[in-house]
Structure formats: C-alpha cells, structure tokens
Ligand binder design. Structure first.
Ligand code: AMP
Length: 134
C-alpha cells in the first residue's frame, strides 16, 4: 500500500488540482508552488527513488514531461519549464515542472515560493494548462 500523500491523491482519498491523468501517470499542481502553475508529474506505481524506476517508465514519463512542458508554455505563456527531481518530502518519485521566465535572475530549483491567493486562483491556473492539452 502506497501510504504517501501522492498514493492518497491517486486513490482519490484526498483532493488534488489535477491537470493531466492517464492509466500510468498523473499530473497535478503543487500546493506550495515555486511559481504559479508549478506541476508535479508522477507515475501511478510508487517508486521511491528515480534509480528504482524501470527504463520503460522513466522513458515514458520524460516524454510525458516534454508534452506537458509545451502544454504549460502555451497555457501559461512561460518561456520555459524547469524540471526538478528532489524527493526530500514525499517518497514517491515525481518530477517538478516549474514555469519560468527568461527575465528571472538567480533561478534556483525550489526557491523562492509564490503562493496562490486562494483555491480559485489555483484552479484557474490548472484550467489554463488543461485547455491546452492535445
Ligand atoms: P519533494 O518530495 O521534496 O520533491 O517535495 C514534494 C512536493 O510535494 C512539495 O513541493 C510539496 O509542496 C508537494 N506536495 C505535498 N503535498 C501535496 C499535496 N497534497 N498536493 C500537491 N502537492 C503536494
């Protein structure tokens, strides 16, 4: 049993602001975004570490990440999307997709943070991404 917060999201036991879902992967907004639209992409099967993920899944998830990057660029108007694999908090392998602007200086992977005003604003950012899904 995947008892992590991401396992609970996959099973629908706790809510998430989803932007993409298929049989193998789920993407949803990070509740503590580095920038607004910050998305987490996860495999539905739990692997704790990236080095444990089978090659076919690691290949497919990075292809999906690239698709989502272009979806986010269209929907959010960001210049590029920074990827991060951190894993300090949730022991379920995931990829951070962080919308970025070329005008930003001193870009770091997980800092600073830009909280949503409220749940409605978070939902609005999810909609901006979802409407660009092909
Ligand atoms: P890390 O494991 O260090 O890569 O960080 C885990 C990320 O998951 C953090 O950026 C958290 O803000 C995010 N997170 C934790 N719980 C939730 C949740 N319920 N919904 C969305 N994002 C979450």
């Amino acid at each position: 049993m995947n008892d992590t917060v991401f396992g609970k999201i996959i099973r629908g036991e706790i809510p998430a602001t989803k932007v993409y879902e298929d049989d193998d992967f789920l993407a949803f907004l990070d509740i503590n975004p580095v920038t607004k639209g910050h998305t987490l992409l996860i495999p539905k099967i739990q692997y704790v570490w990236i080095h444990e993920v089978p090659d076919d899944i690691i290949s497919a998830i990075f292809v999906k990440a690239k698709e989502l990057i272009n979806t986010m660029r269209r929907g959010l108007g960001c210049d590029y999307v920074q990827l991060g694999v951190v894993g300090n908090e949730v022991p379920h392998f995931h990829i951070h997709l962080i919308p970025r602007s070329l005008s930003e200086t001193n870009v770091q992977t997980m800092r600073p943070h830009e909280p949503y005003e409220n749940l409605e604003e978070m939902q609005l950012f999810a909609e901006k991404i979802k409407k660009e899904l092909i």
